[in-house]
Design a protein. Sequence first.
Lengths: 393, 323
Amino acid sequence: MPEIVVPIGPHHPALKEPVNFKVIADGELIVRLELDISYNHRGIEKAAESRDFIKVVPLLERVCGICSHSHTTTFVKGIEEAMKLTIPKRAQYLRTVVAELERMHSHLLWLGVAAHEIGFNTLFMWTWRDREAVQDSLEELTGNRVNYGINEVGGVRRDISDREAVRVLDRLPLLEDRIAKYREMVAHEPTTLARFRGVGRLTRTEALSYGTVGPTARASGVEYDIRRDDPYLAYEEMPWEIVTDTHGDVFGRTLVRIGELLESLKIVRYGLENMPGGPVKVPAPRGGPRAEILSRYEAPRGELAHFMRTNNTDKVERLDIRTPTLANWTSVAVSLVGQNLADIPVVVAAIDPCLSCTSRVTIVDREERETKTLTWEELRDHGKRFYREKRGV
Amino acid sequence: MMDPALLLLYVLVFPGLLFLVGYGFLLQFVDRKLAARMQARVGPPLLQPFADFVKMLAKETITPTGVKRADFDWAPLLAFAAVATAFMYVPVIGLSPFAFQGDLILVLYLLTVPSIVLFLLGWLSRNIFATLGGVRAITQLFIYEVPFFLALLAPAIMAGSWSISVIVAWQASHPWFALLQPIGFVVALIGLQAKLERTPFDIPEAETEIVAGPWTELTGRRLALMHLTMDIALVAGSALVAALFLGGPLLPWTIEPAWLAGLAGFGLFLAKTLAILLVLTSLRMAMGRVRIDQLNDFGWKYLASAAILQVFVVLAMNAWWAP
């Protein structure tokens, strides 16, 4: 068969959000792959600059539908660092518990999506059913299923009662049971093994050189987890271990995520059982001093970084969000070359892409009626020109 | 031979076209309901497949640019006609009145037509997903068809006839072929699953990979007809396997009067096809989709070898045991 171009996206059943792969295939084999992102620019960073610290938190919650708590925690953590606030222990614990419940719901969702990509819909339906238990727990603790709205600068907005904690704890044994069952299923079901093993392989060196983060990196044997390497919230006090794997393929990423589900469960259990007393917030000043903060966070998909510059006002002067999906994209394009066309969905899904978080820069030219994205060189030139003209650097 | 009027009734109403379509809808419902319950979902109501069909008939048919309208119209019809014809030779209440020496081969060839039509549709669509799906459909055809044919020919060798009805009659006085040829039975079930393009063999229409494969450009009544074809192919395929391996609608002893025998035969037909559907649905729910290269390995290394082994065993049994 001659080489054919298969357009995957921006609209395609395998993709829940828009991205475009131009796949050049020789029959069923992938020869080359061109990646085009940024179909989903929403101008959140710019919008964040015009809102004060109270109003910007709900906005950042909407960067991503799944890691909503990750984004707000990263932001408030950075601002609190700039303000030199010490957050009460109970608030730290509450944030950690919600963060780990979020990781559980994200990983369970991922397991279902990965199963769906290989046509294993039963596993998909089952994991999503069990994910409901996590969602219900989150709803009881925070009042919401998706955008929890629990963070604010200075602590958390809502305290929990002992009864709520017990109800969440009661759900954990069932979840533990189900997760163990899924680990068993994935490790033994022949079609899953056939589709996951040896697919989308990344060696440790490749994983490092393409800058992968999160479960993608950990599945290639890179022991890197912000929760341990740059501890925040209450992670230093929690009993947990980094889950790594040496398979380096989709199978390894699955094992890492299932392992992390169990670790998260341990953290949630410990956090709820040993929740310290006391207040859940401290009063925070309206404005922040002049500071530049890089706040890092281990989101379900990997390292999430918010860079913020405050300038003696109640707004951030600049907020830059680097999401884990952006860090992992290039590894997808590399690990797909030489693979089968049928492997695209599952390899793409294996990094758990979250595109609405990732799309950042789109240039819309109203005169010329065209939309384009900047190349790296153009962006660099623009940056240099901007600082030379506006700042005199 | 039967009365011409009765014969027409047989072809058009029962157990011909009307029954076939109705039972196709019922099997689709049972399949979907079972699948839903296995996945902890509610599942569709009884008449949902019929409602889907009627709704799709009413929808606009879109012909892609550069495709001859007539080609797109006749292709689903051809597939439907082929499967409906094949069903005429499969025993339902008693033996088929059209039975002749060699009808097994005719039925096998007619049941291959939908796959070839899917390939044609994919090729005609001038759409990259449809073309890929069509190529996959024809590749898959070459993988499963040989073991499937071999597995279904083994009963014919043992019964000494190429007629499905004679094979069914043979089983009335002997053990079922499912017991005599267990390997062949398993190969036939796997082959049937692959023929109907159900998970783990839904490679040609893999939704997450190539949208809907050859089905991508089908709309309105063409899509409705093609879905219906797959439904009745499920009926014809499971009825064929039931006839060849599970003794079809015949009982080992004679029942009087004739209408009671017919009724009992029909009950057996329903029970056996539903049992086969249960196996196929469980298989569909318990697995993910394999890749075409993996299917190639599996089909030629294991499935074909198993089918050939079964044929050798049958030849050896014929030589020494001669039932």
